[in-house]
Ligand binder design. Sequence first.
Ligand SMILES: [Zn+2]
Ligand SMILES: [Zn+2]
Length: 421
Amino acid sequence: MKDPSQSDLGEGGLIACHECDFLHAIQSIPAGGKAICVRCGAVLYRNIPNSLERALALNLAALMLFIMANVFPFLSLKLSGRVEENVLMSGALALYRHGMGELGLLVFFTSFLFPLLTITGMLYILLPLKFGHRPSRVGPVYRWVHALAPWSLLGVFMLGVLISFVKLIDLATIIPGISLFSFAGLLVVSAAANANLDASVVWPHMNYKPTGTGSGTTASEQNLIACHTCALLVPKASLHGQGHGHCPRCENPLHSRKTNSFTRTWALIFTSSILFIPANVYPVMTIIQFGRGDPNTIMSGVIHLIEAGMWGLAMIIFFASVVVPLMKLVVLSFLLITIKKKSTWRSRDRTLLYRVTEAVGAWSMVDIYVVAILVALVNLGSLSTIKPGIGATFFGGVVVITMLAAHSFDPRLIWDKKKSD
Ligand SMILES: [Zn+2]
Ligand SMILES: [Zn+2]
């Protein structure tokens, strides 16, 4: 039995940086500390005391808040004696009712299904572990939880709610419901749940000492493959065939680098650049007041906000909907070009640039949520109605595809020397 107060990081073993593939010897670090890659600055591992108990308690709290956020009323809009009551899912449903089911699904997945799957997936792993029992198929479940986490956009949805709030403040009275407060709590608790999970509590220590020479080289140079899910280093020689196989610890497929990262990322950049045009040409929503319709594109929406004196809001929307997607396309293209040229120029800064690009990408979704929330809330017949526009679907496509492009990019290519694939 290991000492429960001491997290088992596998001291004496090796770990490869997931962003630059550099090998490090695993050392014990103080409680609350983290180990950082000496070459690119990525976080390698953490030491979180009582991580299992903390992560379990926080995920249980998150599940309860999630249920509360979905059963109670979310927001109500009061105008000329009429009250329009909404639940959290109303936005997705309203888009579906307006014939924009794809966009409705995107909102449903990112604000309901993926957050729910992430929380329940973690509970499925942590709850039995707490009682000393290892659930079956931990590897695949953990892998899915990690794949879905970047698509679980509770914080972005909350920003969308706040923006809708400010936009409607002159039009009507908005009454926040219990669900809104539960949702705000959920946001904080689920962020804490992620921050308190030390992956080493999930993976059993393996006496699997690869024959590497420690620091100074990369995993690939030592003919080792780092598992993308559990970070175990597996010697290529132990795998049959062309370096493809499964991790002996978490059973997930092993790849030295993300498959076809270069071509796939270019294809996704190209697709989203094309979609960016109709996303900006067609209206994202039409505001109908007293029978008169006013179609809004992303840019005309921003201009309307400036005219109304809401500078801050205009800047948020402009930054999230125009600057971030364009910046992502430019940065990823730039990184791919420098990789193609086998540039060694400021590799650490280029890795940081990638890290930032990947982190901010999801915030572009905020305008989609604003449209969904406004369409659901403002549905008062000829008095005032907001209808979604096809531009929003194209824009949703831009956001999803640029996020996929960032995920398919492998930052280790920045560091790879000529011989790697
Ligand atoms: Zn690194
Ligand atoms: Zn693994």
